[in-house]
Design a protein around this ligand. Structure first.
Ligand code: GTP
Ligand code: MG
Length: 196
């Protein structure tokens, strides 16, 4: 099972730069450096999305076309301490505008580092998403960095915390972009979401 060929086609620092709403979209959000961009690459089996070991690489909303079928949208990270307050506010507003206005947005994949679980910045963002009525799928990534018994415990804790949100329909998915574990299941979920 593969995704259609991925290509970058638009980057937006301000809402007026969002491309037209033509096809269904799924978006990837999460704290800085959790591995959002890497996960998009793993899903599409490509390296077109830039990644970095330093937090704060993705600084605008990037739109990638999966063939002509649907879009995958890479967001800047939230909760990153070293970004200027001004820029953080700008990103938050940009993401909130995207989330509240984008008619073609089908689901937000909230990416969480399996080593850390759900942090305050995630809770804040989940509250926003839940209020706006956007469908949410939680993905625990970097699972290769956690030993199985700890991972099992983390999963339970995360699942427990999600009871609180009405727009989280399904259980968290567990993946590793590096080892490619769980990617097939997530890929299927993406395709199901966009009716591809
Ligand atoms: P920002 O754009 O800065 O918010 O970061 P991001 O969430 O897009 O993270 P990115 O994909 O750039 O990855 C951050 C770092 O995590 C890179 O060094 C990746 O190689 C690493 N990384 C991503 N996914 C995994 C994974 O599944 N396992 C491991 N071990 N490392 C990963
Ligand atoms: Mg990124």
């Amino acid at each position: 099972l593969e995704l259609p060929h991925l290509s970058f086609f638009a980057g937006a620092k301000i809402p007026s730069s969002f491309p037209p709403e033509r096809v269904s979209e799924v978006a990837f959000v999460g704290r800085s450096n959790v591995g959002k961009s890497s996960l998009i690459n793993a899903l599409a089996d490509t390296t077109v999305v830039r990644t970095s070991d330093k937090p704060g690489l993705t600084r605008q909303i990037n739109f990638y076309a999966a063939g002509k079928i649907f879009n995958m949208v890479d967001m800047p990270g939230y909760g990153f301490a070293y970004v200027k307050e001004e820029e953080k506010t700008q990103w938050r507003e940009l993401m909130e505008t995207y989330i509240s206005t984008r008619k073609t947005l089908r689901k937000i994949f909230v990416i969480v580092d399996a080593r850390h679980g759900i942090k305050l910045a995630d809770v804040e963002f989940l509250e926003v998403l839940d209020k706006k009525g956007v469908e949410i799928q939680i993905v625990l990534t970097k699972c290769d960095m956690v030993i199985p018994p700890d991972l099992a415990r983390r999963y339970v804790v995360v699942k427990e915390k999600l009871q609180h949100y009405k727009n989280v329909a399904d259980d968290p998915l567990m993946v590793s972009a590096r080892k490619k574990t769980g990617i097939l299941k997530l890929r299927k979920e993406v395709l199901r979401t966009v009716d591809a």
